[in-house]
Write a protein that binds this ligand. Sequence first.
Ligand code: UDP
Length: 337
Amino acid sequence: MDDSAKVPVLVTGGAGYIGSHAVLALRDAGWPVAVIDNLSTGFRWAVPDDVPFFEGDIADTALLARIFTEHNIGAIMHFAGSIVVPESVADPLKYYDNNTSRSRTLIQAAVEHGVPHFIFSSTATVYGEPEIKPLTEDDPLQPVNPYGMSKLMTERILADISRAHAMNHCVLRYFNVCGADPAARSGQSTAGATHLIKVAVETVTGKRDHVAIFGCDYPTPDGTGIRDYIHVSDLASAHVHALSALIDRPERSLTMNVGYGRGFSVLEVLDAVDSATGTTIVRKQEPRRPGDVPALISNPARIHEVTDWQPVHDDLETIVCHALAWERKLHDMRRNS
Ligand code: UDP
């Protein structure tokens, strides 16, 4: 895309895991960026010093108005939100507040200020408990947990908004995001992580003594859950391509899966971790975790049709190596702080 078409982008949740990688991807591709983050789970250090940073909430409309005006914001990438399935089962109101109500407020502010493009972090969890097959965007949407439902509600709000107002949007439905920036500029840093690859690399570095396998009785070939694991830097670059697609055709909104189109079981992931790191991590079988589904695998045909997105890290061992390099850096940063 021509540099003159690169509008300033406000990244919400830009100090968090995926948001910080999106900031890096945008900057690397020459887009002006600003970040808003309330630092509830993100880290100030995850945002480069030369990126304008606003500590605050996405429901703070006065702050949003100031940022939109001062930075002439031409697009929003909305990452801020809560993302842990079991927590959403235990505390649904937190999810409907963070992921639905506050998103609605942000969308309203965007409409009122005439921000023309909006990209929303959604999730494969909106498909619920689907058949074990690669999922297209047209498959049924039947979330089985509050996390998925809270995201789906925001998808629906955006669909109505784009019909009524001059703002097009792109919903990106992420599959299982993992790994870290290959240059170790950012990575998954939240304490108390629950995601499989993060838990596994924490075990490799000795932060945990084992990995629990949640459920060995799923209707999958080895009985463990299957997911489509996608490297966070590939996901971040998908956002940059999606934004170009929105700018190219302002009359069109999009909903696109972002995954690699293949799945790995928990056991296959743990084997890859062992093989990439030369360790044998201790595995313990435990019961299924509430809210988990047997398999989620994307059919990413649409994003490949609509954009020039080219994933470059589709390899489980590469993902594990990047995650581990980040885990070691994080460990050193914490020891030295
Ligand atoms: N999982 C596991 N042990 C863990 C974390 C996750 O067995 O410590 C399994 C989980 O049951 C699911 C898959 O790994 O089948 C991916 O879970 P994760 O929490 O990484 O992502 P989710 O799919 O829940 O968003």
